[in-house]
Design a protein around this ligand. Structure first.
Ligand code: AMP
Ligand code: MG
Length: 388
């Protein structure tokens, strides 16, 4: 049995070889850049107008109107002192222009433009290179592509990006009692639900699973199922069958498949029978079958590894501190990740902390960490990971 800290350190200490691939911009969200990126040209590439209005040559309150430039126009009107052109947002500003005046502060009579106020030099002109200079670094390797990053890369004309590949993930659910939702079931059976939580949590963080299988509690079937799953994944996530029951065959089946145990059992609640192993460059998490245990272990442990395998530098859910709404004492005898709700900056530990209870987790939005035996008074700060 290892402590939570030891388990996290073992995951963190894994040596990992990252791979990269070219991704179209449309599919690059959430990937880490595999290389440093420099700007291929200045952004903006040309001086342009920040407003719909008038580009002015010289600083006066009255101008002669001599034409128009719209966004996308490439014609280069040249302005003389005292002249102005109608201009629109994003349109190229003539090189002689001193300023742009927004149209709301102007009036036009025949071909004469009148300004309500004196213009200021440079006003409303977005300067060439004002955002990025050609050749300078835009992003460092490892930058995670969020929506504005995609916009920036698109604005630099990049159609495909060299990104760190994400791991291929397979999911196995074990249990004789499990029936797929939508299928008839007999007494003693339950509907399989963990795989939906795991695939949902994967999607929540930008991962997909490749294959999902269900295996009976049978040693040969478990061994064969794990072998097949390991043929096509970087990370295998198994639920159930890893505890000490007579029908728990996962641990032995992993050994027989050449997976080396890195830790088994973590001193925590929920999720004590958590297993982590490695076979060359493949990783296996065997999560306890109880629904709240398996999902909690995903958020606390599995996510970190998946993100590291994806080239992320900061991995896992951020821990925040919130004051607790009611006094609480952890009497579970183990450090606990409690199902909790963070509302209006306060954390409430929810009813229904049993490892099988998923409803409280579904209604809450956080895991609150309370140490073994720790007694909190109302208002004391609690470490929380927000899960939704
Ligand atoms: P196990 O870890 O296999 O001993 O399972 C512990 C508990 O979790 C048992 O009550 C199982 O019925 C339940 N369980 C295991 N796997 C699943 C699953 N995929 N979906 C829902 N419940 C499960
Ligand atoms: Mg089982």
């Amino acid at each position: 049995m290892v402590s939570i800290e030891e388990a996290l350190r073992i995951i963190e200490d894994q040596k990992i070889d990252l791979e990269s691939e070219l991704k179209p911009l449309e599919e690059a969200l959430g990937y880490a850049l595999a290389t440093n990126t420099a700007a291929p040209f200045d952004v903006p590439e040309f001086d342009n107008s920040a407003m719909d209005g008038y580009a002015l040559c010289g600083l006066y309150q009255e101008y002669q109107l001599v034409g128009e430039v719209a966004a996308g126009d490439s014609n280069d009107i040249s302005l003389k002192d005292g002249e102005a052109v109608r201009i629109f947002t994003g349109a190229r500003v003539p090189k002689e222009a001193t300023a742009v005046m927004m149209q709301e502060k102007t009036s036009v009579k025949e071909n004469t433009l009148f300004l309500d106020e004196m213009p200021k030099a440079g006003q409303n002109i977005r300067k060439k290179g004002g955002q990025l200079i050609q050749g300078r670094e835009v992003f460092e390797q490892g930058h995670i592509l969020n929506p504005p990053s995609l916009a920036l890369m698109g604005s630099l004309g990049m159609e495909k990006l060299e990104v760190v590949s994400k791991p291929t993930i397979n999911i196995i659910s074990t249990g004789n009692e499990l029936v797929k939702p939508g299928q008839p079931k007999t007494e003693g059976q339950i509907y399989e639900s963990n795989s939906y939580a795991i695939s949902g949590a994967l999607q929540q963080f930008g991962f997909q699973h490749h294959k999902k299988t269900q295996i009976k509690d049978d040693f040969e079937a478990t061994k064969a199922g794990i072998k097949t799953a390991l043929d096509s994944c970087d990370v295998l996530i198994i639920s159930g069958g890893i505890s000490v029951g007579d029908y728990d065959f996962v641990k032995q089946s992993l050994e027989e498949n050449g997976v080396n145990e890195l830790f088994y059992k973590v001193f925590q609640k929920p999720g004590k029978p958590l297993y982590f192993g490695r076979k060359e460059n493949q990783f296996v998490f065997a999560l306890p079958g109880n629904p709240a245990s398996s999902l909690t272990c995903f958020y606390v442990y599995v996510l970190q590894l998946l993100q590291r395998l994806s080239g992320y530098e900061n991995v896992g859910l951020t821990t925040y501190q919130f004051p607790i709404k009611h006094a609480y004492k952890n009497t579970f005898g183990r450090p606990s990740f409690l199902k909790a709700a963070v509302i209006d900056g306060q954390v409430e530990v929810l009813d229904g902390q049993g490892s099988s209870m998923i409803q409280s987790m579904a209604k809450g939005n956080a895991l609150a960490f309370v140490d073994d035996g720790e007694a909190l008074n109302e208002g004391d700060l609690v470490r929380c990971k927000l899960i939704s």
